[in-house]
Design a binder for this molecule. Structure first.
Ligand SMILES: *[C@@H]1O[C@H](CO)[C@@H](O)[C@H](O)[C@H]1NC(C)=O
Ligand SMILES: *[C@@H]1O[C@H](CO)[C@@H](O)[C@H](O)[C@H]1NC(C)=O
Ligand SMILES: *[C@@H]1O[C@H](CO)[C@@H](O)[C@H](O)[C@H]1NC(C)=O
Ligand SMILES: *[C@@H]1O[C@H](CO)[C@@H](O)[C@H](O)[C@H]1NC(C)=O
Ligand SMILES: *[C@@H]1O[C@H](CO)[C@@H](O)[C@H](O)[C@H]1NC(C)=O
Length: 474
């Protein structure tokens, strides 16, 4: 137990040379592409300018699509940002290509909002989305959407381009998107190592920053919703109420002081002030320590691994060294006698986070709990949690949505020409060359021009070739 504990402590991003952050500098990503799909004009949301994808002069991204059109909502809903009033519709595989100036982790957000116009109802869409070699969505349909929905992905980009490919599920279907964000992530957003929790075994999970993720839940505990306007990376954090198993024994706390970000703790990009300045806690107000846990449950999909990120910031203790608690993931003890003071190098209101990797089981949810430990003290805070993020990890075929790799998803699109057109072209070519031979023999001339090759058959599709072919169709 002691050795496990020591190891855990060390992996808890714990470094004793703490320095304060320069609080004034805000994050400015090198790659920062915001696309207003299907709109003829740019649109500004929370001081961020989404560039229309209709003009050819756009130097921020390149759209290649053989069959596309813009769609505009018939009725404008008040209060809904303009980006959700237009959509770009794809009738055939199409892609947006972005230049990557800053290789490494990138955030990709796809905005979907279904509406209908006289021309089309976005409910009837059904499509797949690939991001570089990653399968992000399969058989996605606008029909399941209630209000605007943002799908957020994190993936490591090693290439000079980032490509987002939309593939209609069948010829009668179509794909759409309302807006796209492609933003380079800060280097410290995903670290190399997390703790893998498997039954009662806790061991390091390496290579975390080489995985791809879909953020499925992002929750601020005890506080109000945090909107992109108030978040350092333009994220949304929803209140935790709907995820709490029971609020029994829990107290909300709000902190009006300064959140003290430190290097090697959580940075302001990992979580903004608005997440760390609220929390829920277990508190003993008399001589007995409450015998309860605080538990949150998050719906997940069986068959995937999930990264569970728990955010802590002791904004409630009156003094250092009074808060000790246990952290459980899926009911397994993931961190025993956790002492935030030690991890923050003895500073209150200093944020930290812990990353755990867990396999989603048949229960259909991942749970996180905090509760008193044997070291918890009376008349003190006995557990705290400020935020939780649950991120789905790609499976072994490089997919976040199903068992098909990108290559197979691309092949789902039936090629129009493959059936009749190719043999027909081959036949015509053959006839032409035959007639040429006959013609040449007749004229009995020696031709110095070498034979030009007949067009060869379409090569085997690899994901890359498939994509190139898409663009060459334009
Ligand atoms: C941003 O945060 C401040 C303070 O927490 C809050 O008053 C304000 O309403 C928030 N703004 C938005 C757009 O969420
Ligand atoms: C301490 O307070 C709780 C309620 O806050 C109460 O249920 C419990 O009986 C109290 N214990 C003692 C020893 O007074
Ligand atoms: C808290 O949760 C852990 C793990 O599920 C469990 O072992 C422990 O008994 C719980 N404590 C209480 C007071 O329910
Ligand atoms: C995710 O994909 C990468 C390759 O892109 C692979 O190395 C890794 O094992 C995959 N993750 C999981 C959990 O299978
Ligand atoms: C989409 O759904 C159909 C019918 O359920 C299935 O046959 C097909 O494999 C799915 N496509 C992908 C890419 O998962």
């Amino acid at each position: 137990m002691e050795t496990m504990l020591t190891r855990l402590r060390f992996s808890f991003f714990l470094v004793f040379v703490f320095t304060f952050y320069d609080l004034s500098s805000s994050f400015s990503p090198i790659d920062n592409y915001l696309v207003n799909s299907g709109a003829s004009l740019d649109s500004t949301v929370d001081n961020r300018r989404f560039i229309s994808d209709s003009s050819d002069s756009s130097n921020s991204h390149h759209l290649s699509s053989p069959e596309t059109f813009s769609l505009c909502a018939g009725t404008l809903l008040p209060g809904l940002p303009q980006i959700y009033h237009t959509a770009r519709v794809f009738k055939a595989p199409s892609k947006y290509v972005f230049d990557v100036k800053d290789p490494g982790m990138h955030m990709v957000r796809l905005h979907f909002h279904q509406f209908s116009s006289s021309k089309l109802n976005l409910r009837d869409s059904q499509f797949h989305v690939l991001v570089n070699g990653l399968v992000a969505l399969t058989n996605f349909s606008g029909g399941n959407l209630v209000g605007p929905k943002v799908r957020e992905y994190l993936l490591c980009v090693h290439s000079e381009k980032l490509e987002i490919t939309f593939v209609p599920a069948e010829r009668s279907k179509f794909a759409f998107v309302n807006a796209i964000e492609v933003i380079s992530a800060p280097q410290d957003l995903i670290l190399e190592t997390a703790q893998s929790v498997n039954g009662d075994k806790v061991k390091p999970f390496e290579g975390l920053n080489q995985q791809a993720f879909e953020v499925v839940h992002r929750v601020t505990v005890g506080g109000a919703k945090v909107t992109p306007f108030n978040d350092t990376l333009w994220r949304t954090w929803v209140p935790d109420d709907d995820y709490m198993k029971s609020t029994e024994g829990s107290t909300r706390v709000y902190f009006a002081g300064r959140i003290k970000y430190q290097t090697h703790g959580a940075s302001r990009e990992v979580g903004p002030d608005n997440v760390y300045n609220s929390a829920r806690l277990i508190q003993s107000k008399n001589a007995s320590i409450p015998n309860v846990n605080l538990t949150w449950e998050f719906p997940v999909m069986e068959g995937y691994k999930y990264l569970v990120r728990m955010h802590f910031c002791d904004i409630a203790s009156i003094s250092l060294g009074l808060l000790f608690f246990n952290v459980y993931v899926n009911g397994h003890l993931a961190y025993k006698d956790f002492d935030p003071s030690a991890v923050t190098n003895y500073l209150l209101a200093s944020p930290i986070y812990a990353d755990f990797v867990i396999d989603a089981d048949h229960s259909g949810f991942v749970s996180v709990s905090v509760g008193p430990s044997s070291k918890s003290m009376a008349y003190a805070v006995d557990a705290i949690l400020n935020g939780v993020e649950i991120m789905k990890m790609n499976n072994s075929v490089g997919s976040l949505d199903g068992e098909l790799p990108a290559e197979s998803v691309l092949k789902c699109w039936p090629r129009r020409s493959a059936g009749i057109l190719l043999p027909l072209i081959a036949l015509v070519c053959l006839l032409l060359s035959l007639s040429a031979i006959i013609h040449r023999r007749n004229t009995n001339k020696v031709d110095s021009v070498p034979w030009s090759k007949l067009p060869v058959d379409v090569p085997e599709v690899s994901p890359k070739q498939g994509k190139q072919q898409l663009s060459s169709r334009v």
